[in-house]
Write a protein that binds this ligand. Sequence first.
Ligand code: NAD
Length: 248
Amino acid sequence: MTKKLAGKVVLITGAGQGIGREIALSLADEGADICVTDVNIEIAEETKKLIQEKNCKAKVYKLDVSNLVMVEEICEKIVEDFEKIDILINNAGVTKDNLIMRMSEKDWDFVLNINLKGSFNCIKAVTKYMIKKRYGKIINISSIVGVRGNAGQANYSASKGGIIALTKTCAKELGSRNINVNAIAPGFIATKMTDILGEKAKEKLVENIPLNRLGTAKDIAKACLFLASSDADYITGQTLQVDGGIMI
Ligand SMILES: NC(=O)c1ccc[n+]([C@@H]2O[C@H](COP(=O)([O-])OP(=O)(O)OC[C@H]3O[C@@H](n4cnc5c(N)ncnc54)[C@H](O)[C@@H]3O)[C@@H](O)[C@H]2O)c1
């Protein structure tokens, strides 16, 4: 059977661990060549090794998504190496939680610069190449807290809500160039990001999840594969909530 992403070149940000790594492995399984990017080069190398163990193609690039000049340079390098960028997964993300009254300007800027501006930077840089090829799939990783807000996460929820609006706008701007732009809003997924929650807090969370468990990185990777594949050719501007039903 032909693989769903055979011949496609994918740029994934924050692919060194967690959801980004799982997306990288899942898309490689479907035949894509993976550009593993992360600000942390050591963990990115680990992801590359795991992809190569599957006999799939991967290359590592050190990339801080908040730095537009660096993003543009790395995209240029990727196109030199792979000739194109078909799919962009804006996954890199951070948290710095605090109540609004105690939140410092520094922590606000830090989160917005990586989560929201980072997504803008990458979209801006790749569209140049996608428009030339008249083909592209862009998938932005948002969060359910970008839809409903969350006490203690003014910076993070604003960045994730911004990503949803950015997704809709880019879908409108780029649709005529055959570029689909969608978002995924994960619920609570078991990764290092949610490890900081204690066991008690996790149990409480699960009580409100109809499917009765936290999500896995694999749950998000499956949704990402769908949106990245031709199965989703007529879907754009959408935010797919992958959250075990917590938002019902
Ligand atoms: N885990 C969850 O419950 C959950 C829920 C909703 C949304 N998300 C989102 O999913 C995405 C992945 O989350 P995760 O749980 O795998 O997080 P994680 O902390 O395990 O991984 C984040 C990755 O991003 C990288 N990164 C951080 N700053 C960067 C920068 N400036 N440039 C490039 N890379 C950078 C890190 O090195 C790391 O590899 C994030 O956007 C997160 O907001 C996660």
